[in-house]
Design a protein around this ligand. Structure first.
Ligand code: SF4
Length: 379
């Protein structure tokens, strides 16, 4: 069946299947003879990998028990990093040609160094970003980082990077960004779509070629239009954080009739806000400009912390009644921003609640209590 022939439920099932079985998706690409390159969060230059004919596949860890990873990390480091190494040592990523890890927080820097020793047969490729990404020297530094990634990929895979192939990949990624922005906005007026289903749409993007995911998302947009608006009334909220994909947490939100109508989540909308600009510059310079122009994220240097105002602005625009901050345990960049978010929300009369989460959480009863209290506050 072609994507265009799928109905709304079939499309939602498809997103769910990919989001919950990335291993199957990876095997599919490997069986097709494609090379897969793992991309750790966040802002990894996937376009470079895509332009070389390979599949960039997200590695955001998983909800698993940590054993081996404890040999490499102290206990007080974010569980995303630990679970990426745990999955690597367990052979879950076997078949991948390399892993590209950016350097945007201290934990990510540590991840790369530990990966080299923990998972010896999948080469580690660092992407070193500058703190000052906006001035010309910062853009030059970013471009040099992309060139190094391309050279290391050539070494790891034997595939040559050709810059003139990059614009086509940039177009694929810009089209995907547009589809993801459109679906986020559309879902805000479709309360019949559950928070779990919304999460599946975003999470599946991590594991698919972007042109394939865009096709599915565009089909979903058409199916939602065809279905028309639902009369269901929900409590509209916005989420913020690094990850928001825990099924138990999403179920609690659904059970409490709370609908995510906008997000400031790194694994969701944050990465789709900024397109690579058009223009006559060399493709790698355009890509460096995209990174320079990416804003409003805890891992991106910003003395004015404009991200905080953006959260309030987006929540108001989406008519969210409150902001739910899902703080990944031991994530310093997010912890630093939280007091400012709380203060800005208070000033804007926007209730804001924080729930600490990690990839090893098995009991969500404390989160349930916090969400029920939040619901009472918003009702
Ligand atoms: S930004 Fe936070 S969650 Fe992401 S890798 Fe760094 S510490 Fe972990």
């Amino acid at each position: 069946m072609s994507v265009q022939e799928m109905n709304l439920q079939e499309l939602l099932d498809c997103f769910h299947e990919v989001a919950h079985d990335p291993g199957k998706q990876m095997k599919k690409y490997l069986d097709e003879g494609k090379k897969v390159v793992l991309v750790a969060p966040v802002y990894t230059p996937e376009e470079v990998i895509h332009s070389m004919g390979m599949v960039p596949m997200g590695a955001w860890g998983g909800d698993i028990q940590l054993n081996e990873a404890k040999k490499y990390f102290p206990a007080f480091i974010c569980s995303i990093m630990q679970s990426i190494v745990e999955l690597g040592t367990k052979g879950v990523y076997d078949g991948a040609s390399a892993i590209v890890i950016p350097s945007l927080c201290d934990s990510l820097k540590v991840l790369g160094q530990n990966w080299k020793y923990a998972v010896k047969d999948i080469p580690f490729i660092p992407m070193t970003y500058p703190q000052n990404r906006k001035p010309a020297f910062g853009r030059t530094f970013t471009k040099a980082g992309y060139e190094r990634v391309a050279a290391d990929l050539e070494k790891a895979t034997g595939i040559k990077f050709e810059e003139d192939k990059l614009p086509a990949s940039i177009d694929v990624y810009n089209a995907h960004n547009a589809a993801m922005r459109a679906v986020s906005e559309k879902l805000a007026s479709h309360p019949e779509i559950t928070n779990q289903q919304r999460s599946d749409i975003f999470k599946s993007a991590t594991f698919m070629l972007k042109e394939e995911h865009t096709e599915l998302v565009n089909a979903l947009l058409a199916a939602l239009d065809k279905a028309g608006a639902s009369a269901k009334k929900t409590i509209r909220i916005m989420t913020s954080g690094i990850l928001a994909d825990a099924p138990d947490l999403l179920t609690i939100l659904d059970e409490n009739n709370m609908q995510i109508v906008a997000d400031d989540v790194a694994a969701e909308s944050r990465q789709y806000r900024t397109d690579t600009p058009d223009g006559d510059k060399a493709p790698l310079e355009r890509l460096a400009d995209k990174f320079a122009e990416t804003d409003n994220c805890s891992v991106l240097y910003d003395v004015e912390k404009k991200r905080v105002d953006k959260i309030v602005e987006d929540a108001k625009k989406a008519d969210a009644k409150g902001v739910l901050v899902l703080l990944t345990k031991f994530c310093d960049p997010e912890e630093f921003d939280y007091p400012l978010i709380k203060r800005a929300c208070s000033a804007a009369d926007l209730p804001c609640v924080l729930i600490e989460i990690d990839r090893q959480m098995v009991n969500y009863e404390q989160a349930r209590t916090a969400i029920e209290t939040f619901k009472d506050l918003l009702a």
